[in-house]
Design a protein around this ligand. Structure first.
Ligand code: NAD
Length: 356
């Protein structure tokens, strides 16, 4: 990842919300999801190269703010992300994010991007990519419990990567279900709006839970999960925040992104620390098995891991040459004489107009 203009190291690429939306629309949502998924899979297959650490979380009574760093030795990236389930009641997003990529050799940042939209894309891409290895062959029908900001992206990723064309939607707030159904109406799905989670899971081969609640919630009870089903559980992603009844986990084979982080944040926080889980990269590289039988229950306990954000930012950065959808941001103080930072500030006195 090179700076385009080595004489302008102070200028980094900035992708605003507006430019992110235009980028996604230029490329097309399906192609964007598929591109991000391919980059994540590529990076998961070189897992050993990355710095890995559970994310750094700052919890408060109402939510969490997290930093998610990683590096492959050439490029460094991090994401800032929050999770505040009560926000939507105040007209705010539950999850917002931005991220940075830097050049490891110089330490200089090269890209600053909005990541609220990109997080929804990378989360959906990760879920669908995991399901490629774990869902029953030929799955066409998915139940989606929790029809908020992530839901349409999840649906589109499962359509793009797995061919899911039948959706059974449920949310405790019927307006969220109506919104999700309306947004997906022209996207080639058969959609059934359900009035309970129990009704939603009927006949579904894949169950996605993407609810937001700051508690040990029970979105799925044991009796709702038939043999052979794949559960894509992405809403339980903080200490004290889960979606699945513990008994489901005890019957299932559990797959995670990075076990040390998921044991703190995922649904498996309900299990002993040594309960066996498989990391996705092991399945992708063939080091471990994914789905092995038609009767097996598989659970992807997705919490979101830094490498997925790194991959999504890499994908985005690679698109920018063609799309041109970025601005240059004067972000790094970079004097001509590196040790004359003082001089650079003082010389600016000639050009700075005093604020009134
Ligand atoms: P959102 O607030 O936009 O939507 C959540 C929806 O869940 C709301 O419509 C709400 O009414 C519904 N809900 C809450 N409790 C429910 C219940 N008991 N049954 C059915 N529906 C219920 O949030 P979002 O941005 O869509 O995110 C959803 C969850 O996914 C959040 O918990 C978020 O932290 C998590 N998330 C995880 C990842 C990841 O990588 N794993 C990434 C992004 C978001």
């Amino acid at each position: 990842m090179q700076h385009k203009n080595p004489k302008a190291l102070n200028l980094i690429r900035f992708v605003s919300v507006d430019n992110m939306m235009k980028t996604v629309l230029d490329i097309g949502i399906e192609k964007t999801i598929a591109g991000v998924a391919a980059q994540i899979e590529h990076d998961f297959k070189r897992w050993e190269l990355f710095d890995k650490t559970p994310r750094l979380a700052s919890h408060s009574a109402l939510g969490v703010i997290e930093l998610m760093p990683t590096s492959d030795g050439t490029v460094y990236g991090f994401k800032y992300v929050n999770g505040h389930p009560k926000n939507t009641k105040e007209g705010l997003q539950t999850v917002t994010a931005f991220g940075v990529l830097s050049d490891v050799d110089t330490g200089y940042p090269v890209l600053l991007s909005e990541m609220t939209i990109l997080t929804a894309i990378r989360t959906a891409a990760t879920s669908a990519m995991a399901a490629k290895y774990l869902a029953p062959a030929g799955a066409r029908c998915m139940a989606m419990i929790g029809n908020g900001a992530q839901s349409e992206f999840q649906a589109m990723a499962f359509k793009t990567l797995l061919g899911i064309d039948s959706l059974r939607l449920y949310d405790i707030d019927a307006r969220a279900t109506d919104k999700c159904a309306a947004n997906l109406a022209e996207r080639g799905f058969g959609i059934i709006k359900c009035t309970s989670a129990k009704e939603a899971v009927e006949g579904a081969q894949i169950i996605t839970t993407c609810t937001a609640d700051k508690q040990y919630a029970t979105i799925l009870t044991d009796d709702m999960v038939r043999p052979g089903v794949h559960v894509n559980a992405i809403g339980g992603d903080c200490p004290g925040k889960t979606e699945l009844q513990r008994d489901i986990l005890l019957r299932a084979d559990i797959f995670v992104e990075y076990a040390p982080q998921t044991r703190i944040e995922g649904d498996i926080q309900q299990l002993p620390q040594d309960h066996p889980v498989t990391e996705l990269w092991e399945v992708m590289t063939g080091a471990a098995k994914g789905r092995t039988s038609g009767e097996q229950i598989t659970v992807f306990d997705g919490v979101g891991f830094a490498i997925e954000d790194f991959s999504a930012l890499r994908y985005l950065n690679d698109q920018l040459d063609a799309t041109g959808r970025f601005e240059s941001l004067d972000m790094i103080a970079d004097p001509d004489e590196p040790r004359d930072l003082w001089g650079m500030v003082m010389r600016a006195a000639h050009t700075v107009v005093k604020a009134a």
